[in-house]
Design a protein around this ligand. Structure first.
Ligand SMILES: [Fe+2]
Ligand SMILES: [Fe+2]
Length: 282
């Protein structure tokens, strides 16, 4: 059975309703259209899910945003932070909720969520240095970064003995082990999942985010590859100098479409060090 068939089998063994419930993808539409909705409409929609509201307020009140006083309602949060920030918060709360049933130790969960969030932030920050002809828009690049490893969450939720099979699964950057042990990998699972929930334009990019066979000149692969790698190095290295040393500029991924240079990367990383990212997910 080839990996694609294995992925189909993986999904066949899970109740489709459960698959669709993993990610509250209706929130993607809500967040994407947030500029066209009134504050009351946004509040009304979000308020139907108490769990979601508490997740959103927890993020809003985390030291990451540095607000001076406690925010107690969605309406107040929108007024204080504005729609762009709320959009990112909604996406992030959706990702956090998707990991609720994953079989994850506290430390691994924090790693996975932080890795996804930092990848998303880097995609967003680097956006203006990327050729405008990319098919993704700025908020979609954030979402793409946030969801690029959603396959890991799916596998951690539905493969019960995953931890025994691949103890290093969460922090492992190489998919060969997954292919060897399971016949499939999180990139394929994640890409297939995006198609199931109705976001096919994310499918190919997520499917190929560890592949070296894709068209290397494609801006979007390079951007996601760069953000993914920096995020990974950021979480596994002690200092920004060490990180830069490990970032191979020969291999990655600056081309004529992405004008991100070493200084820009260093500047971005030092900003990341100052943010309290842990507080978003604890
Ligand atoms: Fe990945
Ligand atoms: Fe990743």
């Amino acid at each position: 059975m080839n990996p694609e068939q294995k992925v189909k089998e993986f999904f066949k063994n899970i109740d489709e309703n459960k698959v669709l419930k993993l990610l509250n993808y209706k929130l993607i539409d809500l967040a994407n259209n947030i500029d066209y909705l009134s504050v009351d409409e946004i509040v009304k929609y979000l308020s139907t899910d108490v769990n979601l509201v508490s997740k959103i307020l927890k993020i809003v009140n985390s030291p990451f945003w540095g607000l001076k006083y406690n925010v107690t309602s969605i309406k107040q949060a929108i007024v204080l932070l504005g729609r762009d920030e709320i959009k990112r918060i909604i996406y992030t709360s959706m990702l956090i909720a998707s990991s609720d049933n994953a079989n994850l130790e506290k430390e691994d969960r924090l790693f996975l969520l932080k890795h996804s969030f930092i990848t998303a932030e880097l995609n967003r920050i680097f956006y203006k240095d990327v050729d405008a002809y990319t098919i993704f828009f700025k908020n979609e690049l954030f979402l793409l970064g946030l969801l690029h490893d959603i396959g890991k969450i799916l596998m951690l939720t539905y493969i019960p003995n995953l931890k025994e099979l691949i103890p290093e699964f969460v922090q492992n950057k190489d998919i060969t082990l997954e292919r060897e042990k399971l016949g499939l990998d999180h990139a394929l699972v994640g890409g297939f999942f995006m198609r199931i929930i109705g976001y096919p334009n994310y499918e190919e990019v997520i499917k190929n985010h560890h592949s070296t066979k894709v068209d290397q000149s494609s801006t979007i692969y390079r951007l996601l590859g760069l953000s993914d790698l920096i995020s990974y190095l950021f979480l596994t290295n002690e200092s920004s100098n060490e990180l830069i040393d490990k970032l191979d500029f020969e291999e990655w991924p600056l081309n004529e479409y992405i004008s991100i240079n070493k200084d820009k990367i260093l500047e971005t990383i030092s900003e990341l060090y100052m943010l309290n990212i842990d507080s978003l997910f604890e």
